[in-house]
Structure formats: C-alpha cells, structure tokens
Design a protein. Structure first.
Length: 107
C-alpha cells in the first residue's frame, strides 16, 4: 500500500516522471470509467439483472411450450376417443351415466 500512496507524490517522480504521470492518468480514467458504468441510467448492474431476467423468461417460455404440447395431446386424445372423453368427464367434473353412484371425497 505504501507504493500506491507514493504514486501520487510528484516529488518522487525523478527520472520516471512520464511513466508515473501516465500511471496516475490511467488510474483516474479507470476510476471515472467504473463510476460512469455504475452511476449512469443504463449501468452495468442493470445489464446483468436484465440478463438474468431474460434467462428466467426463456426458461418459463420453454415450460409453457411443453405444457401447451401436453394440452394439445390431451385435446387430440379426448377428441378422437369417446372412452377417454367419458373417463376425463367422470374424473374431472364428476359426470355420471344414469344409474351410476357418484361418491365425492374431499381432501
């Protein structure tokens, strides 16, 4: 840490004045650049958050596509097979044919 403090002391520049002057300039420019990235409206933190958010949304879209495919298969099955349609109506809506006994068990 002592050498870092020495970089700001111009009396110690000696014959390396141009190099030390450039180093001071580079440190200041880097600090300003980092500050600019963190403070401005479209800063680096927001870019990272947007990247994470985008990834989550893409995963959710894939989930919904899979659910839609499953629902399409269910619709196809129910629209082509009368037995599967009757079974679905009985299980999901409690439908029954005349003469059937229906028992409703609530959890």
């Amino acid at each position: 840490m002592g050498k870092f403090k020495d970089i700001w002391n111009k009396e110690k520049d000696g014959n390396k004045a141009p190099q030390r002057s450039f180093l001071r300039f580079a440190i200041v420019i880097t600090a300003v650049f980092v500050l600019f990235l963190l403070v401005k409206k479209d800063n680096l933190v927001r870019w990272i958050q947007a990247g994470f958010n985008l990834g989550q949304q893409e995963r959710r879209i894939e989930q919904l596509k899979q659910e839609n495919e499953e629902l399409d298969r269910t619709i196809q099955t129910l629209s082509t097979s009368r037995d599967s349609l009757e079974k679905f109506a009985r299980e999901e809506f409690g439908f029954a044919e005349p003469g059937d006994d229906v028992y409703i068990i609530e959890e």
